[in-house]
Design a protein around this ligand. Structure first.
Ligand SMILES: [Ca+2]
Ligand SMILES: [Ca+2]
Length: 105
């Protein structure tokens, strides 16, 4: 059946099917370019690979976010206890954080 395909036995014969991620192109199973076709699920930076594709985030992410898809909030308050200064109270927010002063500061 050739590369990137599966041979299926039948009574007296056989037929070939392409593996996932490949498409029949004139009898040859060739890689599907998911990025070019737009069938990928990447939010950004799709890279076509043989039989599949990969997603990567822009580096660095927009300020306040992290993770493979840049959709995870950074907890600035947990990362830096003194981000709001002495006497400041930090409140984490999605994509951001806020500082408020304690009484007397
Ligand atoms: Ca592919
Ligand atoms: Ca945050």
């Amino acid at each position: 059946c050739g590369n990137h395909s599966i041979c299926n036995n039948t009574d007296g014969s056989f037929f070939c099917t392409c593996l996932d991620g490949f498409i029949d192109d004139d009898g040859n199973c060739t890689d599907i370019n998911e990025c070019a076709l737009g069938t990928d699920v990447c939010q950004q930076n799709c890279t076509n690979t043989l039989g599949s594709y990969e997603c990567a985030c822009n580096t660095p992410c927009v300020e306040g976010y992290t993770g493979a898809n840049c959709d995870e909030d950074i907890d600035e308050c947990a990362n830096d206890a003194f981000i709001c200064g002495i006497g400041g109270n930090c409140t984490n927010e999605v994509g951001s954080y806020q500082c408020n002063c304690s009484d007397g500061y």
